[in-house]
Design a protein around this ligand. Structure first.
Ligand SMILES: Nc1ncnc2c1ncn2[C@@H]1O[C@H](COP(=O)(O)OP(=O)(O)O)[C@@H](O)[C@H]1O
Ligand SMILES: [Mg+2]
Length: 370
C-alpha cells in the first residue's frame, strides 16, 4: 500500500522530531496520570530484564541472513527490505535493512529504537536489536511466523484458508489492546500514527502485535489537546482532520483502527487503486452500508462464506462506524473499544466451543466481483 509520496523520503527538516520526541523528557508525567514513565506499568507488559535491544555488527546480521539472500526475503516496505534470519544463538529473527535515502529514514530509525526500547507489551512487536555499522542501519525483531494481517486478508494465494470470524475478532481485540497500552499506560501517551493491516504481525496462534513505531509521537501532555505535525501515514488509514491540517490526537489512531476493523469485516483494502473511482477508498465505499443495519451483511467479506453470527457482526460494525466518524471528538476512546471487542471475542469463543452461534448467511452481494 502506497505511503503519501511527500512523506517518507527526502525530508530535510527534522524539526518535528526534535520538538515532539527528542527533546521532551520521556519521564514527564502527564496531568491526571500516575507518575509512570513511558513504558507503562508491569501488568500485561513483558518488560523484563533481558528484553533490552542490543547492538549487532553488520557481519553478524549478514551471517544470520546468508548475506541477505533473496530466498530469505520476507517482504519490502517503505523503508527497505525485511529478511528472515537465524542468529548465532539459534534465535530466528526478522531483519529490516533501511534504505537510507534521506534524513527521514534516519529519524524513523532512531524513533523506532527509542520507542521499542521503552515500550513492552504482549501486543507490540519485540525489538531484539539494531545495527549502526558505518552507513548501515538495520533493525532486528522477533520473527512473526504468520506475517502480517494484510497477507491473510487480501489477494489470498490459492489454497490459503481465509481468516474465520472469531480469528478476525481476536486480531481486532489484540490490536486494540496494543493501542490501549500506548494511549493509556505509556506516560506520556504515544500516538502510534501508522496503524494499518501490514503493521499488524501475527504469531502462530494469530495473536497480533503492532509493529513499526518510526512515525510514533509522544502525545499531547498537560492542557494540550493535540500535537501539530506534518502529515505522514498511509492513504486510506489517515483521519480526515489529521490529513487536512496535521492536527494529530489519540483519536487519529482510533480512526485508523476503525479502518482496520473495516478491512477485517469486508476483506477489502483501505485504499485500492485497482478499483473504479467510487470504490477505491474503503471508508467512502462503506458509508452507504453503515447507514442501514439491514445492509451490514452485504458488506461482509464473501470469503467468510456466511460463517459469522449476525449479532456479532452488528456489534462489530457499530464499533467500526463509531471509530471512523468524521468528527474526532465523537470517536470512542480506546479503553471502551477494548471492552466492546473483548466481549465479542468471548461470545465468539463460547459459541465456537458449543459448535454453534455462527450461521450461514446467503450473501446476495458478491461485491468483490463488482
Ligand atoms: N517481525 C517480522 N516477522 C515476520 N515478518 C515481518 C516482520 N516484520 C515485517 N515482516 C514482513 O515484511 C513486510 C514488510 O514490512 P515493512 O518493511 O514493515 O513494510 P510494510 O509495513 O509497509 O509492509 C511485512 O508486510 C511483513 O510481511
Ligand atoms: Mg511494517
Amino acid at each position: 500500500m502506497g505511503c503519501f509520496s511527500c512523506m517518507r523520503f527526502n525530508r530535510k527538516d527534522v524539526r518535528d522530531f526534535d520538538e515532539d520526541t527528542g527533546s521532551r523528557s520521556i519521564k514527564s508525567s502527564a496531568k491526571g496520570r500516575k507518575g509512570r514513565s513511558l513504558g507503562g506499568k508491569g501488568g500485561e507488559s513483558n518488560n523484563q530484564k533481558g528484553n533490552v535491544a542490543r547492538s549487532f555488527t553488520f557481519k553478524e546480521l549478514a551471517l544470520a541472513t546468508q548475506n541477505f539472500r533473496e530466498a530469505n526475503l520476507l517482504g519490502e516496505g517503505g523503508f527497505g527490505r525485511v529478511y528472515k534470519g537465524r542468529l548465532e544463538s539459534g534465535l530466528v529473527v526478522a531483519i529490516k535493512q533501511l534504505n537510507l535515502d534521506g534524513l527521514q529514514g534516519q529519524q524513523e530509525f532512531i524513533v523506532e529504537v527509542l520507542m521499542l526500547s521503552l515500550l513492552h507489551h504482549k501486543n507490540l512487536v519485540n525489538l531484539i536489536g539494531y545495527c549502526t555499522d558505518g552507513d548501515q542501519k538495520l533493525l532486528v525483531y522477533e520473527f512473526m511466523p504468520m506475517g502480517s494481517l494484510e497477507n491473510h486478508l487480501f489477494d489470498l494465494e490459492p489454497g490459503k484458508k481465509p481468516l474465520s470470524w472469531s480469528t478476525r475478532l481476536k486480531i481486532a481485540s489484540g490490536a486494540a489492546h496494543g493501542l490501549e497500552y500506548l494511549h493509556c499506560e505509556a506516560n506520556p501517551p504515544v500516538i502510534y500514527r501508522d496503524l494499518k493491516s501490514s503493521n499488524i504481525l501475527l504469531d502462530n496462534d494469530f495473536n497480533p502485535k503492532l509493529s513499526d513505531f518510526g512515525l510514533a509521537k509522544l502525545g499531547p501532555v498537560g492542557e494540550n489537546t493535540h500535537v501539530s505535525t506534518r502529515v505522514m501515514g498511509t492513504y486510506g488509514y489517515c483521519a480526515p482532520e489529521y490529513a487536512m491540517s496535521g492536527k494529530l490526537t489519540l483519536k487519529s489512531d482510533i480512526y485508523s483502527l476503525g479502518v482496520v476493523l473495516l478491512e477485517l469485516i469486508t476483506g477489502r483494502k483501505a485504499y485500492d487503486n485497482s478499483k473504479e473511482a467510487g470504490e477505491q477508498n474503503l471508508v467512502v465505499w462503506s458509508r452507504p452500508f453503515l447507514k442501514d443495519r439491514r445492509k451490514f451483511v452485504h458488506m461482509v467479506d464473501p470469503l467468510l462464506n456466511g460463517q459469522f453470527s449476525v449479532r456479532s457482526l452488528h456489534h462489530a460494525v457499530a464499533i467500526t462506524a463509531m471509530c471512523i466518524q468524521e468528527q474526532a471528538s465523537f470517536r470512542p476512546i480506546i479503553s471502551d473499544i477494548v471492552v466492546a471487542l473483548d466481549y465479542l471475542v468471548s461470545q465468539a469463543e463460547s459459541s465456537d466451543s458449543q459448535g454453534g452461534g455462527s450461521q450461514t448467511i446467503k450473501q446476495t452481494h458478491h461485491h468483490k466481483d463488482n
